[in-house]
Design a protein around this ligand. Structure first.
Ligand SMILES: [Zn+2]
Length: 673
């Protein structure tokens, strides 16, 4: 597993509680009986398996099948042969978790509530994976990057969810990603056991997300940029995976869908990565459907002899002639899940907001779609204005304190704001943007809550605390600081984060202090300064910064976690306990809080409390080697040796390099003489 530093500009924020009513109510009303039964019978040959591949942070315009000329991506291109390339797809949010949730739940971020990384999708959310599970499919996911880790909730519906990213913030460096080769090798292992019955496989490749560390061999392939080097590496890795599929006929039987969650700005508009702005550089993503080749007898159709190239994705079975090679109509990632289900003849759940692209792919026409995107990053992180956009046809309108309107056909790089010239056109886009938000914010909530109330579920909702919420945002509110006007400050914040990540904690601290001097309400700068203070062993300074951060927002999970950890490290056990307990009042499943309380109880000799806390930590994060290890220590201390051995084995299974766990095992099971 690649060890990389914590990517501070995409860190955690508490999620809003607003949409829980919608999500839980939807859960209580779902799945309707007619959709649950009959499940796909085991061994059924009729249903094509589905393989969904997310190449995180991949710009559509860096693929040769989308016209890129500085690098060839032959393996991804091979999916386009006998497939359909959607050339104008937008992400709903240029941030990993919200974008993937939008795709899986087919909902807008303001409706599903996941607008930032490190928020938690409530259990019971209806997603593509839960629908497949309800229809008897085997479901598995193999995750390349931390932001889709199990604890953030995308795992629901998956029987296998491989995301081994065990993290504790006080350590400074976290396991953030693992290379494509490793993710795909695990997926292949799973396929070897599971590909004979209907399955849904999700693969997430995170290599294109900075920091870049492609194997040295790729430098010559793409000397122009490290980004392209990672892309060449990912394309090669996918080539191996597609060969694996071809050897098993899965290239013929399966529906393969490749997409990205967002692009990468690579310097455009002053932004180097993604998340902050909502320009095309980060919203425009690839989407390729490679259709299954069904024939009358249910067997793959082979037409072109045995040449490897022809047998792998070059075939055109009879059914394939139905599909267009390219679809240029603008559409959204929320349309992916409805498309997949409609191809399989599975009714889309009522919570899905997207529309199937199948008609378009088959050459039909459909009315122009309104494409909505947003970034809440600057809003949630720094308290600045939220950005939202509506695209229809050639125009993209961006709602902000200083709004923008672009003609994407003439100006795909969005360099010429048509405002203040085209005010009437902009006003009509803004009106439709407000209408879209109002529709998808209120209608599904009303419909689902009515269903829930009718079935007596309101009591259940209330008892779980889901009805005790603040009202949803009332309208488009674009007051406040325009992120465009703070790009300099934002880049300074990123630079300071970079200094911290490369080990220059003292320089980073000075930079964060300067940011706070300019803007004392900059909460993330305070949290990052505290992190730098911890690295410099200035624990008390760090604690003061975190207290100031919590005064700005008493529900900042990250500040509270780190503060608890600092008190714990300083031996201020009562204070640590108070922070962790406070954290659990608004984040009851918080892994850090349960781990912290467990360590505290262990230190005070309260064995049963400690064991209980470590078990709760394992519920929050079942793949925590550390929680297994700590639980093992407690059990060992209290003579529950077989149980302790089991926990140490579990820790080693997750992390074979866990030497402390190995040492305890050796103590408990001394080698026979
Ligand atoms: Zn991403």
């Amino acid at each position: 597993m690649a060890r990389v530093e914590y990517d501070s500009h995409m860190d955690r924020l508490p999620r809003s509680a607003i949409p829980r009513v919608l999500l839980l109510a939807a859960f209580l009303a779902w799945p309707p009986e007619e959709l649950v039964a009959p499940p796909v019978p085991e061994g059924s040959a009729g249903a094509p398996p589905v393989i969904l591949i997310s190449v995180d942070t991949l710009r559509a315009d860096h693929l040769s099948c989308y016209g890129y000329s500085r690098l060839r991506t032959p393996h991804i291109d091979s999916l386009a042969r006998g497939g359909t390339v959607f050339t104008e797809i937008s992400s709903q949010a240029p941030i990993t978790l919200p974008s993937h949730v939008s795709l899986f739940a087919s909902m807008y971020p303001f409706a599903d509530g996941i607008r930032e990384n490190a928020e938690v999708l409530p259990s019971g959310t209806v997603t593509l994976a839960t629908v497949f599970a309800a229809h008897g499919y085997s479901t598995a996911a193999f995750i390349g990057g931390y932001f889709l880790e199990r604890r953030f909730g995308l795992a629901q519906g998956f029987q296998t969810y491989d995301s081994p990213f065990d993290t504790r913030p006080i350590k400074g460096a976290l396991d953030l990603k693992r290379p494509a080769s490793q993710v795909l090798a695990n997926a292949e292992k799973w396929l070897e056991q599971n590909s004979t019955r209907p399955f849904f496989l999700f693969v997430h490749l995170f290599d294109l997300h900075e920091p870049y560390d492609a194997p040295a061999a790729y430098r010559a392939r793409a000397p122009q940029s490290e980004y392209d080097q990672e892309l060449a590496y990912v394309d090669d890795s996918l080539g191996g995976f597609l060969d694996f599929l071809a050897q098993r006929g899965l290239d013929q039987r399966a529906l393969l869908v490749l997409f990205s969650d967002h692009g990468e700005s690579l310097g455009e508009h002053g932004e180097n990565t993604h998340g902050y702005f909502i320009y095309r550089s980060t919203l425009h993503v690839p989407l390729i459907f490679h259709w299954p080749r069904a024939t009358e007898d249910g067997n793959p159709k082979i037409e072109h002899g045995n040449s490897a190239e022809a047998s792998r994705f070059g075939l055109r079975g009879s059914a394939l002639s139905d599909y267009r090679e390219r679809v240029d109509a603008p559409a959204s990632l929320i349309d992916v899940a409805p498309t997949v289900l409609s191809l399989l003849g599975i009714q889309a759940p009522p919570t899905f907001c997207g529309h199937s692209l199948l008609d378009l792919a088959k050459g039909g026409s459909s009315p122009p779609r309104e494409v909505y995107s947003e970034s809440s990053y600057a809003h949630d992180k720094f308290g600045w204005a939220r950005l939202r956009s509506l695209r229809e046809g050639d125009y993209q309108y961006i709602d902000a304190p200083h709004p923008e309107l672009y003609d994407l056909k003439r100006d795909p790089g969005e360099r010429q704001n048509l405002l203040p010239g085209q005010t009437a056109l902009a006003a009509s886009y803004r009106e439709r943007l407000a209408a879209l938000v109002a529709t998808y914010r209120s209608v599904p909530v009303a419909a689902q809550t009515a269903t829930a109330v009718a079935s007596g579920a309101a009591e259940a909702l209330r008892s779980l605390g889901y009805l005790d919420i603040t009202p949803p945002e009332s309208a488009l509110d674009n007051s406040g600081v325009d992120p465009k006007d703070r790009i300099f400050e934002y880049k300074r914040y990123l630079l300071a984060g970079h200094l911290a990540r490369i080990g220059k904690a003292d320089e980073a601290a000075a930079e964060f202090q300067a940011i706070i001097a300019d803007d004392p309400r900059n909460l993330p700068a305070r949290v990052e300064l505290a992190r730098a203070d911890v690295a410099l062993r200035r624990y008390l300074d760090g604690a003061h910064q975190l207290q100031a951060a919590l005064a700005l927002n008493p529900h900042n999970v990250e500040a509270e976690e780190l503060l608890g950890d600092i008190w714990l490290a300083m031996g201020a056990l009562d204070r640590a306990a108070a922070e962790f307990r406070q954290l659990l009042t608004y984040a009851p499943q918080d892994y850090e809080a349960h781990m912290g309380l467990g360590l505290l109880a262990a230190r005070l000799g309260q064995a049963s409390e400690a064991a209980q806390d470590f078990r709760a930590a394992l519920v929050a994060n079942p793949l925590s080697a550390e929680a297994h290890y700590q639980l093992g220590l407690i059990l060992e201390l209290h003579d529950q040796k077989p149980e302790a051995v089991r926990e140490f084995h579990a820790a080693l299974q997750i992390n074979p390099q866990y030497t402390a766990a190995r040492a305890e095992l050796a103590k408990l099971n001394p080698p026979a003489r």
